[in-house]
Design a binder for this molecule. Sequence first.
Ligand SMILES: [Zn+2]
Length: 228
Amino acid sequence: MYVGYGMDLGYWGIVIASVILGGFTQAYIQSTYRKWSHVEATAGETGREVARRMLDAEGASAVGITSVEGHLTDFYDPRDNMLHLSEENCEGGSVASVAVACHEAGHAVQTARGYLPGRMRTALVPVVNFAQQIWMIVLIAGLLLDLAGLAQAAIILFALSVVFHLVTLPVEIDASRRAVAYLGHAGTGIDERGARQVLTAAALTYVAAALVSVLQLLYLVGRTSRRQ
Ligand SMILES: [Zn+2]
């Protein structure tokens, strides 16, 4: 049996690519966010206030808004139907704050309107959490016992998280599209170019994660098929 699994050039290529991609996208989002956090969006309105108006206008008025600690820790939780906005985006009124707050409102609008990719993503969460916990154990068991079937099962489990990353892309892009569309039409006076830049930078993180997971899957499939 092959014992050097995961220690060859292809493996290290993926590790290095993911570190570089991750570092680049993080630096890009931080610098874009910083740039637009110095530009005021509207006449004294905070991220919370603009997100509130967007939720009410888009049929998601039942959604609540609360603030959380941390930097860029914003998320929408469908379980409590609340936007959890970082303090700077909740109480701040910059282009960056308003863009991020409305992006999260975009996720709440997706849920309110039964947006299909969003529902698929939510349904995948428990499955993917389970698969991520056990795929490596199944793979190692398959290699130790020299059972190709187990190794293939591990790859199918890993493929679920790739599907999750790929489904996440349209969900994130759609939430940003809803935010920019609302900001453009609602007469907020915001610099739309800035909002789009901030949200595009944020989306790159998801593109990078999806790309790395696809590379990992191709690598695993390549290694396993070579063993047979
Ligand atoms: Zn999002």
